[in-house]
Design a protein around this ligand. Sequence first.
Ligand SMILES: [Zn+2]
Ligand SMILES: [Zn+2]
Length: 333
Amino acid sequence: MKRSMRAMVLTAPGATLEERKVLRPEPGTGQVRIKVSACGVCRTDLHVRDGDLENAKLPLILGHEIVGTVDALGADVSLHKPGDRVCVPWLGSTCNNCFYCLSNRENLCEHPLFTGYTVDGGFAEYTVADQNYVFKAPEGYSDVELAPLLCAGLIGWRSFKFADLKAGQNLGIYGFGAAAHIITQVALYKQIKVFAFTRPGDLAAREFALGLGAAFAGGSDEEPPEKLDAAIIFAPVGDLVVQALKCSRRGAVIVCGGIHMSDIPAFPYHLLWNERRIQSVANLTREDAEEFLALAPVIPVKTSTIEYPLIRAAEALDDLSHGRFSGAAVLLI
Ligand SMILES: [Zn+2]
Ligand SMILES: [Zn+2]
């Protein structure tokens, strides 16, 4: 008899996640099956749920910040063994054969699979994943603490690399949620000053940022006390690109860290003039994952988490959507 498992399933764009009994997945060739213990809840899950990201697999199990234990191996698996503590990020697999894969830019692959979007993810008791895109879990973190590092951390890390800052320079962060609270710690470790911008009136998020060591925390409509050498925009709000340009020094880069953003309004060219740049960030590479999962325990990056049981996944998404908590939501499976 086939075994079943509990999963939170999205049946249509815009629908509420439903608890379902579904067949436990069997690992295919090159895949491992993972008994999930924790899975982070990310803003991208919201964009998939709401249909902002098109062509999702349906019905779909969301979740791409997966921590668990290898439970079964498909054929030809050599990189992992049952009992290994592992984690799975957004990048589910790449083709290894397209123009981008062959030029060391697998994050731009033309035929990728994404965890919890085009293949099932971790809002479930079990998941399967390609062995080449599964990482050993770093020591020093509980499963819950580790989960937010897998997207908020990895995409944040890739965004931070594009900011290309040196010690003593100023980084603005717009949208102070899970990714921001992780990257603030990385920036401070590298002696970069952090200026945090939150939704106007969100005093809790400002306190959270100052508590982590930000030099300034204010509304996203405010001017910082010093000009910014770079800004990372984690909030999905195009107006913030223009706002960040207004607050930036010559040569600054404005990094858009999200996968989805509202339109960027027209703005005068002089705001971009003097070699300011706008940079989007797409997905991650395995190299990003290896770098960041090695660096995080050295700093050490600490994650601030809000736990929800699996069955309350829909509520966790709603709370994220309404900014009802500081830090990162994690489902306990
Ligand atoms: Zn490719
Ligand atoms: Zn994510």
